[in-house]
Design a protein around this ligand. Structure first.
Ligand code: CO8
Length: 379
């Protein structure tokens, strides 16, 4: 079996930023217009007036201060409340592929590898912009990777860590020399911006990861790359309806309404919080135990970025004290929840200061429920 390393990561940041202040102003204008439109029904008690959102609630409940999106004006337009994205012709590079190519190019450069080194591309995200041809195959072609194969996979927020396990297995067994993973998340297009319970939660981004055989011959470009040996991966799922999106190809055949509320992200946030925190903490502790490591011996936790309090609670359960920003870095204040990309952004941004021999854990958790952990050590 081959030893496996993560040799590079990349980050594509969406071009527009929305502050909580802008978001709340837009939502409150939407709510006021809706309430005016439904004034008679509200007065008769047939409808409930929409309550305003608040910056204070969002920051206290989630830790999120702003988010990046692919398109901002449509999201903030109280008469629209969704991004305005132009359809592209079949012979143009699709939007998710464009984000992925940018992140992947950075990851390849960081690893000192070229398209000729990559034998597989995995596009792992919580939504694909089309069913087929696979996004990964388009991205493979756009990057000029002429050998190997690509495929798409979706395990919602855990897509990236689940993809790392697939990549690690392929490299360990020798079916690929190196695998490129991309996580193009356009959460803004499947978020109900007109629902105050969740309108603040998500942002858009794309991350990329190069996973390769530790014995792949070094080149001049790859020599300087910091490499992280993958000591182990562990995945777990348990079915729950508490995070759900019913959008799908059967909607048409069922004569359903494509614009119905359940065709976008829906969650029971409090239940998710209560159920997933202990699962994630136990999962990480058990995974470390299998590898002969204790949480106290881990230098850094790159946790899924959904909610600051959630990560603080997981930190307390694992370490016995509140994890500092150094032990469990936070990026959700700037990016919000970016589904599968969150823990990878944290890893991308916050690993350069670690020393050779330091161990860390990348861990995601979310819809499914699904939890994926990747234990790494800096070489
Ligand atoms: N402004 C003011 N008040 C508000 C607002 C708001 N915007 N929203 C809700 N309130 C009110 C509520 O109505 C409620 O009022 P009342 O007490 O009168 O009923 C009160 O505030 C408290 O509401 P909550 O109980 O809902 O508040 P919480 O403290 O639980 O915070 C959170 C809500 C932030 C959502 C929190 O529960 C949370 O973060 N939970 C964890 C969620 C999580 O991790 N989910 C994972 C989802 S990500 C995932 O799996 C990927 C899915 C695929 C990607 C999809 C992309 C779109």
């Amino acid at each position: 079996m081959n030893r496996v390393v993560i040799s590079g990561t990349g980050l594509f940041t969406a071009p527009h930023s929305i502050s909580n202040e802008e978001l709340v102003a837009s939502y409150n204008a939407f709510a006021a217009a809706e309430n005016a439109r439904n004034a008679d029904a509200i007065a008769r008690g047939e409808k409930t007036a929409l309550a305003p959102s608040s910056v204070e609630f969002i920051e206290k409940a989630s830790g999120i201060h702003r988010r990046y999106v692919m398109e901002k004006d449509g999201v903030l337009d109280p008469a629209r409340m969704r991004p305005r994205l132009a359809a592209r012709a079949d012979d143009e590079l699709s939007l998710q592929a464009e984000m992925a190519v940018a992140a992947a190019s950075e990851a390849l450069a960081a690893a000192g590898r070229t398209p000729a080194d990559i034998d597989a591309v995995i596009c792992a995200a919580s939504n694909m912009q089309r069913p087929y041809p696979a996004m990964a195959v388009e991205i493979q072609a756009a990057l000029g990777i002429t050998q190997g194969f690509g495929f798409d996979m979706n395990v919602a927020c855990s897509s990236a860590t689940f993809a790392i396990e697939q990549a690690v297995n392929a490299v360990r067994s020798g079916s690929a020399r190196a695998v490129l993973i991309v996580n193009p998340e356009i959460c803004s297009a499947h978020l109900a911006w007109q629902d105050r319970d969740c309108h603040f939660i998500f942002g858009d981004v794309c991350t990329a990861i190069v996973v390769e055989n530790a014995d792949l011959p070094a080149t001049e470009a790859s020599t300087g790359a910091a490499r992280w040996e993958v000591l182990g991966t562990q995945l777990a799922t348990r079915f729950s309806n508490n995070i759900r999106n019913n959008f799908g190809f059967l909607t048409r055949a069922e004569d359903g309404d494509f614009a119905a509320r359940d065709k976008l992200f829906v969650q029971e946030g409090r239940k998710v919080f209560k159920e997933v925190c202990p699962m994630a903490a136990e999962h990480i502790a058990a995974h470390l135990g299998k590898l002969g490591l204790a949480p106290a011996g881990v230098r850094r936790f790159w946790l899924h970025q959904a909610n600051l309090t959630m990560n603080q609670l997981i930190g307390r359960r694992l370490l016995g004290h509140e994890a500092s920003a150094d032990e469990a870095p936070v990026i959700l204040d700037e990016f919000a929840n970016t589904a599968s990309a969150g823990s990878i952004i944290a890893f991308h941004r916050h690993r350069a200061d670690l020393a050779s021999g330091d161990a860390g854990v990348i861990c995601s958790f979310g819809a499914g429920y699904s939890i994926g952990s990747v234990v790494v050590r800096k070489l």
